[in-house]
Design a protein around this ligand. Structure first.
Ligand SMILES: Nc1ncnc2c1ncn2[C@@H]1O[C@H](COP(=O)(O)OP(=O)(O)OP(=O)(O)O)[C@@H](O)[C@H]1O
Ligand SMILES: [Mg+2]
Length: 156
Protein backbone atom coordinates (compact mmCIF):
# COMPACT_ATOMS: atom_id res chain seq x y z
CA UNK A 1 0.00 0.00 0.00
CA UNK A 2 2.53 2.64 1.07
CA UNK A 3 4.89 1.82 -1.83
CA UNK A 4 2.13 2.41 -4.40
CA UNK A 5 1.03 5.59 -2.68
CA UNK A 6 4.57 6.93 -2.69
CA UNK A 7 4.50 6.89 -6.46
CA UNK A 8 1.74 9.51 -6.20
CA UNK A 9 4.43 12.02 -5.39
CA UNK A 10 6.24 11.35 -8.63
CA UNK A 11 3.46 10.19 -10.91
CA UNK A 12 0.54 12.36 -12.00
CA UNK A 13 -1.58 9.24 -12.50
CA UNK A 14 -2.42 6.43 -10.13
CA UNK A 15 -4.76 3.42 -10.09
CA UNK A 16 -6.00 1.30 -7.23
CA UNK A 17 -8.46 -1.59 -6.92
CA UNK A 18 -10.36 -1.60 -3.64
CA UNK A 19 -12.03 -4.76 -2.41
CA UNK A 20 -14.02 -3.30 0.47
CA UNK A 21 -14.89 0.07 2.09
CA UNK A 22 -12.04 -0.25 4.58
CA UNK A 23 -9.49 -0.49 1.75
CA UNK A 24 -10.97 2.61 0.15
CA UNK A 25 -10.70 4.47 3.46
CA UNK A 26 -7.12 3.29 3.97
CA UNK A 27 -6.13 4.40 0.48
CA UNK A 28 -7.67 7.80 1.24
CA UNK A 29 -5.76 7.97 4.49
CA UNK A 30 -2.45 7.35 2.72
CA UNK A 31 -3.32 9.75 -0.08
CA UNK A 32 -4.04 12.48 2.49
CA UNK A 33 -0.40 12.49 3.61
CA UNK A 34 0.51 14.29 0.41
CA UNK A 35 -2.10 17.04 0.68
CA UNK A 36 -1.33 20.57 1.83
CA UNK A 37 -3.50 23.65 2.27
CA UNK A 38 -4.64 24.92 -1.13
CA UNK A 39 -4.95 21.43 -2.62
CA UNK A 40 -8.24 20.55 -4.30
CA UNK A 41 -9.50 16.97 -4.73
CA UNK A 42 -12.45 16.39 -7.06
CA UNK A 43 -14.37 13.12 -6.66
CA UNK A 44 -16.36 11.57 -9.49
CA UNK A 45 -18.49 8.43 -9.61
CA UNK A 46 -22.10 7.33 -9.60
CA UNK A 47 -24.34 7.10 -6.51
CA UNK A 48 -22.81 4.66 -4.06
CA UNK A 49 -19.46 4.53 -5.85
CA UNK A 50 -17.66 5.41 -2.61
CA UNK A 51 -16.92 9.14 -2.80
CA UNK A 52 -17.98 9.74 0.80
CA UNK A 53 -16.18 6.59 1.95
CA UNK A 54 -12.99 7.87 0.33
CA UNK A 55 -13.58 11.31 1.82
CA UNK A 56 -13.81 9.69 5.28
CA UNK A 57 -10.39 8.15 4.73
CA UNK A 58 -8.86 11.41 3.52
CA UNK A 59 -10.35 13.36 6.43
CA UNK A 60 -9.07 10.78 8.92
CA UNK A 61 -5.67 10.95 7.26
CA UNK A 62 -5.69 14.70 7.79
CA UNK A 63 -5.96 14.13 11.51
CA UNK A 64 -9.67 14.53 12.18
CA UNK A 65 -10.72 12.28 15.06
CA UNK A 66 -12.91 9.23 14.43
CA UNK A 67 -15.68 10.71 16.58
CA UNK A 68 -16.30 13.49 14.06
CA UNK A 69 -18.92 12.21 11.61
CA UNK A 70 -18.03 12.67 7.93
CA UNK A 71 -21.12 12.46 5.81
CA UNK A 72 -22.35 14.17 2.70
CA UNK A 73 -23.39 17.77 3.34
CA UNK A 74 -26.41 17.33 1.06
CA UNK A 75 -28.57 20.20 2.24
CA UNK A 76 -25.90 22.71 3.08
CA UNK A 77 -23.56 21.69 0.21
CA UNK A 78 -20.47 22.25 2.33
CA UNK A 79 -19.11 21.10 5.69
CA UNK A 80 -15.92 22.09 7.44
CA UNK A 81 -13.56 19.96 9.52
CA UNK A 82 -10.44 20.83 11.45
CA UNK A 83 -7.51 18.48 11.19
CA UNK A 84 -3.86 19.33 10.65
CA UNK A 85 -5.39 21.72 8.08
CA UNK A 86 -8.79 23.27 7.60
CA UNK A 87 -10.86 20.95 5.37
CA UNK A 88 -13.88 21.91 3.26
CA UNK A 89 -16.09 19.05 2.04
CA UNK A 90 -18.47 19.97 -0.76
CA UNK A 91 -21.20 17.68 -2.08
CA UNK A 92 -22.90 19.14 -5.13
CA UNK A 93 -25.33 16.32 -5.94
CA UNK A 94 -28.38 18.48 -5.33
CA UNK A 95 -26.96 21.61 -6.93
CA UNK A 96 -29.34 23.26 -9.39
CA UNK A 97 -27.18 26.11 -10.62
CA UNK A 98 -23.63 27.29 -10.17
CA UNK A 99 -24.93 30.54 -8.63
CA UNK A 100 -25.98 28.49 -5.60
CA UNK A 101 -22.38 27.66 -4.70
CA UNK A 102 -21.13 31.13 -5.52
CA UNK A 103 -23.35 32.40 -2.70
CA UNK A 104 -21.98 29.82 -0.27
CA UNK A 105 -18.36 30.88 -0.42
CA UNK A 106 -17.21 28.76 -3.36
CA UNK A 107 -14.47 31.15 -4.47
CA UNK A 108 -13.12 31.64 -0.95
CA UNK A 109 -12.69 27.86 -0.71
CA UNK A 110 -9.74 28.17 -3.08
CA UNK A 111 -7.88 30.97 -1.31
CA UNK A 112 -5.18 28.52 -0.20
CA UNK A 113 -6.28 28.24 3.43
CA UNK A 114 -8.02 24.87 3.19
CA UNK A 115 -7.83 21.45 1.61
CA UNK A 116 -10.96 21.20 -0.53
CA UNK A 117 -12.75 17.89 -1.25
CA UNK A 118 -15.58 18.01 -3.80
CA UNK A 119 -18.11 15.20 -4.41
CA UNK A 120 -19.97 15.47 -7.73
CA UNK A 121 -17.40 17.98 -8.97
CA UNK A 122 -18.71 17.39 -12.51
CA UNK A 123 -21.72 19.54 -11.55
CA UNK A 124 -19.47 22.62 -11.72
CA UNK A 125 -16.70 21.60 -14.11
CA UNK A 126 -16.33 25.15 -15.44
CA UNK A 127 -15.77 26.47 -11.89
CA UNK A 128 -12.98 24.08 -10.89
CA UNK A 129 -9.40 25.30 -10.48
CA UNK A 130 -6.93 23.97 -13.05
CA UNK A 131 -4.55 22.79 -10.40
CA UNK A 132 -6.27 19.86 -8.73
CA UNK A 133 -6.60 16.11 -8.27
CA UNK A 134 -9.39 14.29 -10.08
CA UNK A 135 -10.32 10.93 -8.54
CA UNK A 136 -12.83 8.75 -10.37
CA UNK A 137 -14.43 5.79 -8.58
CA UNK A 138 -16.02 3.06 -10.70
CA UNK A 139 -18.28 0.34 -9.29
CA UNK A 140 -17.19 -3.03 -10.62
CA UNK A 141 -19.29 -5.23 -8.34
CA UNK A 142 -20.93 -5.00 -4.93
CA UNK A 143 -17.59 -4.53 -3.17
CA UNK A 144 -15.02 -3.88 -5.87
CA UNK A 145 -14.20 -0.30 -6.83
CA UNK A 146 -11.63 1.03 -9.28
CA UNK A 147 -10.01 4.25 -8.17
CA UNK A 148 -8.19 6.41 -10.66
CA UNK A 149 -6.38 9.51 -9.44
CA UNK A 150 -4.99 12.09 -11.81
CA UNK A 151 -3.10 15.23 -10.89
CA UNK A 152 -3.41 18.38 -12.95
CA UNK A 153 -1.02 21.29 -12.67
CA UNK A 154 -2.01 24.80 -13.63
CA UNK A 155 -1.23 25.68 -17.23
CA UNK A 156 2.06 27.59 -17.54
N1 LIG B 1 -14.63 -1.12 -2.09
C1 LIG B 1 -15.54 -0.23 -1.64
N2 LIG B 1 -15.19 1.05 -1.47
C2 LIG B 1 -16.09 1.97 -1.03
N3 LIG B 1 -17.38 1.69 -0.73
C3 LIG B 1 -17.79 0.41 -0.87
C4 LIG B 1 -16.88 -0.60 -1.34
N4 LIG B 1 -17.56 -1.77 -1.38
C5 LIG B 1 -18.79 -1.52 -0.97
N5 LIG B 1 -18.95 -0.21 -0.67
C6 LIG B 1 -20.20 0.40 -0.20
O1 LIG B 1 -20.63 1.34 -1.18
C7 LIG B 1 -21.23 2.44 -0.54
C8 LIG B 1 -20.48 3.71 -0.89
O2 LIG B 1 -21.21 4.77 -0.35
P1 LIG B 1 -20.73 6.26 -0.41
O3 LIG B 1 -21.73 7.05 0.37
O4 LIG B 1 -19.31 6.37 -0.04
O5 LIG B 1 -20.89 6.56 -1.97
P2 LIG B 1 -20.96 7.98 -2.70
O6 LIG B 1 -20.19 7.82 -3.95
O7 LIG B 1 -20.54 9.04 -1.76
O8 LIG B 1 -22.50 8.11 -3.03
P3 LIG B 1 -23.38 9.45 -3.19
O9 LIG B 1 -23.23 9.89 -4.59
O10 LIG B 1 -24.76 8.96 -2.87
O11 LIG B 1 -22.89 10.48 -2.21
C9 LIG B 1 -21.22 2.19 0.96
O12 LIG B 1 -22.44 1.58 1.32
C10 LIG B 1 -20.08 1.18 1.10
O13 LIG B 1 -20.22 0.32 2.21
MG1 LIG C 1 -21.41 10.82 -1.07
Amino acid sequence: MSRTIHSLLAEPFHRFVSRDPQETREWGQQFARHLVAGDVVCLYGELGAGKTCLTQGIVAGLGVGARVPVRSPSFTFVREYRGRERILHWDLYRLRSSEEVEELGWRESFDGNAIVLIEWADRVSSLLPQRRWDITLTMISENIRHLEARRFQAAP
